[in-house]
Ligand binder design. Structure first.
Ligand code: ADP
Ligand code: MG
Length: 236
């Protein structure tokens, strides 16, 4: 599980402004293959903007992002993003929505079915998204990302709109998938406790700068009862 240690991503002096608004003010970060990194910080500090750069959805004002020794230019085909809302197409079946992740091409049905199995929704593939619960819709969105077998999974507050119990289920699912597969995860979350539960490393952003880069030394499976947990929580 996630034993590779090569540097996959190098974010080098990344700056981004929208007009006169400086959102990212020189972000430097190295991320190893297979790492699980959480990004926390107040609303508006630049978390989503950073993730969009990694997905190749945004052009840097200054600096660059190196992935596998090459700068990311245009859409990052090795990455997939999952957002707070599932963004499913209501006129497509669950299976087709997952297949969209791989362009409904070639062997898409088998791969989409495999991805739905990973999120335990294999028996819902013929249904419309509208009959699913919020948590199930997010599972479909996760399957859509998995179908592409991305090297980098970018999660932008994916659990923010879910109730507490569903969130705990989804946290366990994300952790399990990360342990089974070999992708790198960048998880943006408002929830420091969630960040410490799931990630190897928690990064705090304040006003477009990295203020803290904290390794999480806890063994898995993790418990919030572990005294180190509170200690870590007070540091972020
Ligand atoms: P976060 O995800 O940390 O809440 P964002 O990265 O979404 O923050 O946004 C950071 C700042 O950049 C906010 O002030 C936001 O309004 C601004 N911003 C984000 N995208 C754009 C855009 N396309 N045009 C103008 N301003 C933007
Ligand atoms: Mg955001």
């Amino acid at each position: 599980m996630n034993m590779s240690s090569g540097v996959e991503l190098g974010i080098n002096h990344l700056k981004k402004s929208f007009g006169s608004l400086q959102v990212l003010r020189g972000v430097n970060l190295k991320i190893r293959q297979g790492e699980f990194v959480a990004i926390v910080g107040k609303s508006g500090c630049g978390k989503s903007t950073l993730l969009r750069h990694l997905a190749g959805l945004e052009e840097a004002t200054e600096g660059e992002i190196i992935q596998d020794k090459k700068p990311i230019v245009g859409l990052n085909r090795k990455a997939r993003v999952m957002f707070q809302d599932a963004r499913l197409l209501p006129w497509k079946s669950v299976l087709e929505n997952v297949g969209i992740g791989i362009g409904l091409k070639n062997d898409w049905k088998n791969r989409a079915a495999w991805a739905l199995e990973q999120v335990s929704l294999q028996d819902r593939e013929g249904e419309w998204p509208s009959v699913l619960s919020g948590g199930q819709k997010q599972r479909v969105a996760l399957a859509r990302a998995l179908a592409a077998q991305p090297q980098l999974l970018l999660l932008d507050e994916p659990l923010g709109a879910l109730d507490a119990l569903t969130r705990i289920e989804m946290q366990a699912l994300i952790e399990k998938l990360w342990q089974q597969q070999s992708f790198t995860v960048l998880l943006v979350t408002h929830d420091v406790s969630e960040a410490i539960m799931l990630a190897d490393r928690v990064i705090l952003i304040e006003e477009g700068e990295i203020k803290l880069d904290l390794q999480i030394p806890l063994e898995r499976p993790r418990s919030r009862e572990n005294p180190i947990f509170n200690e870590l929580e007070s540091k972020v």
